[in-house]
Design a protein around this ligand. Structure first.
Ligand SMILES: [Zn+2]
Length: 211
């Protein structure tokens, strides 16, 4: 389109053309800004959603961890309760009005322990295991298993060599302490204290008694 107004015959044309040029620029600018805004929004949305999903997953994992730790705590409490009951039974063995039979196994742990534990488990019976410190050191896992299955662990000295144990009162005490320490280590329980000591050979010599 052409406008002819004397000297300024191209002014109109120029203004029109300029306007067209400005519009084109503005449209391009608007499109670019819009694309950028949309792109940014998509990015923000993507991060927001992925963060929400991540947080939800973390939440789920935390929930699971809490459940597992609660379960473990319950199991540990149950074990402790059983142990306290057994301890109570043994401590009141002579004053109890209920007739009870107490099973005990000495000189272990050994290769027979597994069989004994299986039989006890089959019949739902708990027993007392009077362990030797030297055997505890040789088979710590078995001692742990005895304990974990709710049985009672008593102290039967360290060596089972009579001359050694009954050499002096101090020797008896040393055997007792050494064995208790071995049990503590096997069970990973520093507060373990055996409630009972069974004298190897089933005897208490007069000299030891007097002391
Ligand atoms: Zn024995």
């Amino acid at each position: 389109m052409k406008f002819k107004f004397g000297k300024n015959k191209y002014v109109g044309y120029n203004v029109y053309s300029m306007k067209k040029y400005v519009d084109k620029k503005r449209i391009t600018f608007t499109i670019i800004v819009t694309i950028l805004v949309i792109f940014t929004l998509i990015l923000i949305g993507y991060y927001a959603i992925s963060n929400i999903i991540m947080l939800k997953n973390i939440d789920k994992q935390n929930q699971k961890l809490i459940e597992i730790s609660n379960e473990l705590k319950e199991k540990e409490e149950e074990k402790q309760k059983r142990w306290e009951e057994n301890k109570n039974n043994i401590e009141h063995i002579y004053s109890s009005e209920t007739k009870r039979v107490f099973l005990s196994f000495d000189d272990g742990p050994s290769e027979n322990t597994e069989t004994i534990l299986n039989i006890l488990e089959t019949y739902g019976i708990k027993a007392n295991f009077f362990v030797l410190g030297s055997r505890v050191e040789a088979m710590p896992d078995k001692v742990k298993e005895i304990y974990e299955k709710g049985n009672f662990i008593g102290n039967h000295g360290y060596s089972h060599v009579y001359e050694q144990i009954y050499a002096s009162p101090q020797a008896v005490l040393d055997e007792y302490t050494k064995t208790d320490n071995a049990i503590k280590q096997a069970l990973n329980k520093n507060d373990f204290k055996s409630q009972l000591f069974r004298f190897p050979g089933g005897l208490v010599r007069r000299k030891i008694c007097r002391n």
